[in-house]
Design a protein around this ligand. Structure first.
Ligand SMILES: [Zn+2]
Length: 440
């Protein structure tokens, strides 16, 4: 049975509110704005010149001390986890979070103010299916501070969390399937908590300047200090789940898996997010390309001969399967027993030389460059090959998918491309190539 298609969502309109930021204690206004499909979630600093944006992606993670900080260049946004948890928890895939300071308002220390904001804005479905990360093999993170996260296959996103304070005070356990309805009802209003013994240290580090008993629960020995009574008997473990949802949203897709978390924290959550992103990258690299729509179609052997000066036996690409935008393309090379290099490399044990795979990458990358510059009057010369790795041998009968992605293209004179070759769902070789161009 096919799963029902799950489509991306954004906000129906914008909505905002103002408050105090937790760590800096400054006043801040925040506004959630709708965004197009595949945009993801981005922060926008309205208070800075040119209003820079920061992608809420794990690659931009900077620090995880007490709260999660992301940044690009010199621009930072602190304590992103509660607003991100609210957006992800409520099913928002695409949004711009505009702020006029470097940290969102802390509100009441939970994600509830953001959920209210999202409800006020309303949701609208977009036409693009959602991307999700399906857990296929168990993943496991353990940190020195005693956090343990185990991610298991599951068709839904579930979190089973055990929270325990120093000396196992306030040990709590909760298992929940994360859906918008459950998030809103059971998780969103759980507030931040802090141990009394940590408060002084945090203040010493100039953190939690905006902290008060109105936006955090303080645990002192066996008692709980807060302005308002506990919202749930097990409010702490619920807040831990809230933080996990926020931190893991940095992978930029939904998770289909069951997370078992013991004493989680921002550090461990971020480590898991990195591991998921890395696994996703590995899967993307191995993905067999789908036929591309017209206009982005491939090139035949004949087309290639009209572009590349290379000829048999040094032409290392049979076909271009397709282009993806202006910066990516995938070529194909079928390796036969009749290749001229096999008799000598090696007699009785034919293996394709790794340097010829690098040559194949270079040829595919050149085709990409020629397509961009729309000129074949010049010829690309190899300047360097960095981070070249040969991971697996290539044998007669193998089909190599040669992936090339332009990472730099400076004034038609210098270009850099990240490339890798895939055989049977495994990366067999990779490298970063640099070219210069000379007239023919
Ligand atoms: Zn939190």
């Amino acid at each position: 049975m096919a799963a029902t298609p799950d489509f991306q969502q954004t906000l129906a309109k914008s909505a905002g509110f103002s408050g105090t930021s937790l760590h800096t204690g400054e006043k801040v206004s925040l506004k959630l704005q709708p965004a197009p499909a595949d945009h993801g979630i981005k922060f926008k600093r309205k208070d800075l010149a040119d209003e820079p944006t920061i992608d809420a992606k794990i690659d931009n993670l900077k620090t995880v001390e007490r709260a999660t900080t992301i940044g690009e260049g010199a621009v930072r946004v602190h304590t992103v986890e509660h607003v991100l948890a609210a957006l992800t928890g409520m099913g928002v895939d695409n949004a711009i979070i505009e702020m006029d300071a470097n940290e969102p308002p802390i509100g009441d220390g939970s994600a509830k103010p953001y959920v209210d904001l999202i409800n006020r804005a309303g949701l609208t479905m977009q036409e693009t299916p959602r991307k999700s990360f399906e857990v296929r093999e168990p993943m496991h993170i353990e940190t020195k501070s005693g956090s343990m996260l185990v991610l298991l296959p599951d068709k839904n996103f579930r979190i089973s969390c055990t929270q325990a304070g120093p000396n196992n005070r306030f040990s709590q356990y909760m298992s929940i399937e994360v859906t918008p309805a459950m998030f809103e009802k059971e998780i969103a209003s759980a507030r931040t908590f802090v141990y009394y013994e940590d408060v002084e240290a945090l203040m010493g580090k100039n953190l939690i300047k905006g902290g008060s008993l109105e936006n955090a629960i303080v645990i002192r020995d066996n008692s709980v200090l807060s302005k308002e009574p506990m919202r749930f008997e097990d409010e702490f473990v619920r807040h831990k789940i809230l933080d996990i949802i926020g931190d893991l949203s940095l992978i930029g897709q939904r998770i289909r898996g069951h997370l078992i978390a013991v004493k989680p924290g921002h550090g461990a959550n971020a480590e898991l997010a990195r591991a998921i992103a890395k696994e996703q990258k590995r899967r993307d690299a191995m993905a067999i390309p789908r036929p591309l729509p017209p206009g982005q179609g491939g090139l035949s052997a004949e087309d290639i001969l009209s572009i590349l000066p290379h000829r048999y036996p040094f032409l290392m690409v049979d076909r271009i399967i397709g282009f993806e935008g202006d910066t990516k393309c995938i070529g194909l090379k079928t390796v036969t027993m009749n290749e001229p290099f096999f008799p000598g490399h090696f007699p009785g044990h034919p293996v394709m030389p790794g340097v010829l795979q690098v040559e194949a990458m270079a040829q595919v990358a050149s085709i990409l460059l020629f397509k961009l510059s729309k000129s074949t009057n010049r010829i690309g010369y190899f300047m360097s090959a960095d981070d070249v790795k040969f991971r697996k041998p290539v044998f007669p009968g193998d089909t190599i998918y040669i992936h090339a992605e332009l990472t730099k293209n400076r004034g038609d004179r210098l270009a850099k491309a990240k490339c890798h070759c895939v055989v049977n769902d495994a990366v067999v070789s990779e490298g970063e190539l640099m070219f210069t161009f000379l007239d023919r």
